[in-house]
Structures are given as C-alpha cells and as structure tokens.
Design a protein around this ligand. Sequence first.
Ligand code: 13P
Length: 250
Amino acid sequence: MAGMIVAGNWKMNASKNTVTLLLNGLKQGEAKVANAELVVFPPFPYLAQVQMELSGTNIRIGVQNICAADKGAYTGEVSLAMAKEFGVSYALVGHSERRALYAESDAQVAAKYIATQAAQLTPILCVGETLEQREKGLTLSVVTTQIQAVIDAAGGASFTNAVIAYEPVWAIGTGLTATPQQAQEVHQAIRAHVASVAPQQAASLKILYGGSVTAASAEELFAQADIDGGLVGGASLQAESFLAIGQSAK
Ligand code: 13P
C-alpha cells in the first residue's frame, strides 16, 4: 500500500546525548526514505528536545502512552493536551508492555483510543498474542477480541483516523520475528474483522507489524499485501538501522 509508516518506539531508552545523535542521523538520512512516513516515539521528558531538533523535517512525533482523562488529580500521568503542545501526532495505545506490566485492560485501551481521537491525534492500537496463545491456536481470536473491544466502544467508523499495529508478544525483543506468512495471515484477518463493520475504513487502514523487525527482515515483511509498515523497537535506536528499515518500504 502506498504511504507506509515506519515508527520507532524507543521505549525507556534515551538520554539527551543519544537523542541528539540519533536525530542528527535521521535528519541526514531522511531524504533516502521515499515511501514511508518516519515517526519517533521518545520518552516524555525528551519531547521538547525532539520537537526542537526535528523542526523543519518530515519526521513525525508520537507518545508511547497517554492518559485518557483531560486533567486533574492523576499523579504521574500525561495528558493529550500536554503532548499536543510538543507537536505530537500519534499515541500508542495498548502496547503489550502496558497491558502486561501495568495491567491495562481492553476497556482502558479503548478509553485511551477514544480520547486520542477526540484530541485530533491518531491512535496506534497495538494488539498481539502470547506464545502460549499462539500454541493453543488462539492467535486470531485473541487479536480480533482486542480489536472488537475498541469497535464496541468507539465504533467501526473510528478507524478512519487510526492505525493498528500487530505485535506478537513472543516476537517483541526476542529476536524471533514472525515469518512474513505468519504476519500476513494475522494482518489479513485484522483487515477482514474491521471490514465486517467498516469496509471503507478497512480498505485504507494501515496495519503495521512489530516484533524484532530489522533491516534484514523488513523488506519481505513490507512486501506482504496487508502489511503497511512497521513498529520498531530495538532497531529504531540507531539511525542506520531505522533508516534502512524505512528504505525497505517500497
Ligand atoms: P522490538 O523491535 O525491540 O522487538 O520491539 C517491538 C515493539 O514492541 C515496538 O513497539
């Protein structure tokens, strides 16, 4: 699909120095990435620095998590209005690390998705099965249940302004990438599930693959019919590998 997205989720990895190094590298190389929008997801304290250093570039900014509430007594949380002051365009919602380590429920994920759209930002809804679920043959039902929770809360039309990221939990940070065929099977099922309630939105929906994407694996993954880019963790921390993944978008 034309116009892929290659997103770099830095997770909890950054310092002022490494941010400048990485962004300088991305700025030098961004012109070589012709067929993908590059997006970086820094930790919150670096948003101001990232916004300043990326000004005048086409590289977009996202946040890794967001609070669904507007403001008030939510100690430790960051609002969408705050993120927007730093030029943010995207918010990850429902990353498996948030679901597993911070017990985020499908209902909380749906609330964050709705709040992100209400703030006129684009949610990237992350879904994916564990190894145990895959081995039990539950992959498609787990993933479609996660998406259905958002459809129930926000409606199918909401996918006009949303991205889905399929990230099998067993492939995240493990060096085990889903094969292009395994990924395509799930991406196709995701698109079909959204199409059952919102056919128009499903046709243009961008579905990213995440889970140990590298420059070596990206090209074949991105060549699959229903894969519209990548959500990259480890390999997004070096400009060279992130740009090479961006160049794999054809
Ligand atoms: P890795 O690319 O490090 O496996 O991380 C994937 C991920 O979780 C991106 O959100």
